[in-house]
Design a protein around this ligand. Structure first.
Ligand SMILES: C[S@@+](CC[C@H](N)C(=O)[O-])C[C@H]1O[C@@H](n2cnc3c(N)ncnc32)[C@H](O)[C@@H]1O
Length: 276
């Protein structure tokens, strides 16, 4: 089996902080990075920011739910349902409590053989990423979008019905020639089923991710995802014969991703994350 030197094993998910773990990955050892970075949001944001108010709302929902529990039925079925709801809300909150330090982009470039990187990001991060990869690193880029057909209605502003994925490659790097994989957009409802199954609030559609992996890599290539979440990148790699290295800081998401990739057991059938 291919190895990225001895310290890092392939086809493995690491429960670690990627800013530290990536230092163990040798220079020019990765064929493609496929990642979904946290929002540009620092812990302690006030409720006046969009993310701050979403976080406050989630905290309130969890608080109200816990209050209601005092009068709830204590049957076994109900307690599993309650555990799951609490875990989901807790994870929603945790996933907002991160943020991104763009210093990691230098490490991304260091570990890639040639720049070949997909980055899901929020609208406000697009400019920063273009500046880094296009202005500074002279890469070509594409803006790929996931259009959601069932966005929540909004008041006096556009719908939140697009998610963005930037693709950067250095001049000379070729992608595969497959017409059906080259579309820049993907349309679906916001994947409530996947969210319920794998409990990740920002899970990405496996079909779209798989298309990207097929387009920009070849069988046996090594794909790195530093912000693994529920492990969508690993599933896409496993299904298409690519090697993966994933890093996820949050223990709950790490367990979910491992269960998803190794056993294909969903959160209805697994209780490991509730036993915390
Ligand atoms: C946007 S989500 C990824 C979702 C993923 N694409 C999926 O389909 O499930 C980003 C993930 O990065 C993780 N994360 C944030 N900071 C991290 C860090 N320093 N090291 C490793 N993982 C981190 C968060 O816990 C979160 O699960």
């Amino acid at each position: 089996m291919k190895e990225v030197k001895t310290m890092i094993e392939l086809d493995k998910i690491y429960n670690a902080d990627c800013y530290e773990k990536i230092k163990e990955i040798p220079d020019k050892s990765i064929d493609c990075i496929y990642t979904d970075i946290p929002y540009l949001y620092q812990t302690g944001g006030t409720s006046k920011t969009e993310m701050g108010s979403r976080r406050k709302k989630l905290n309130n929902e969890l608080h109200n739910f816990n209050l209601k529990l005092q009068h709830s039925d204590k049957s076994k079925y109900n307690s599993i349902r309650i555990d799951k709801y609490q875990a989901q809300k807790r994870l929603d909150i945790v996933s907002m409590d991160t943020g991104i330090d763009y210093a990691i982009l230098d490490d991304f470039c260091r570990v890639m053989k040639k720049t070949n990187i997909f980055i899901w990001c929020s609208k406000s991060q697009i400019l920063d990423l273009l500046k880094y990869f296009v202005e500074k690193k002279s890469c070509y880029f594409e803006l790929l979008v996931w259009a959601k057909t069932n966005a929540m209605p909004t008041n006096q502003c556009f719908l939140s019905d697009l998610e963005y994925c930037l693709y950067f490659r250095e001049p000379g790097l070729k992608i595969n020639n497959a017409y059906e994989l080259k579309s820049k957009w993907y349309e679906s409802g916001s994947n409530k089923k996947d969210k319920a199954k794998w409990l990740h609030p920002t899970i990405k559609p496996l079909k779209f991710v798989t298309n990207h992996i097929l387009l920009a890599t070849n069988p046996g290539d090594i794909v790195l995802d530093c912000f693994a979440g529920s492990g969508t990148t690993a599933v896409a790699c496993k299904n298409t014969g690519r090697h993966f290295i994933l890093i996820e800081k949050n223990k709950d998401f790490y367990k979910i991703a491992n269960d998803r990739v190794n056993n294909q057991v969903d959160c209805q059938g697994q209780y490991s994350m509730f036993a915390m």
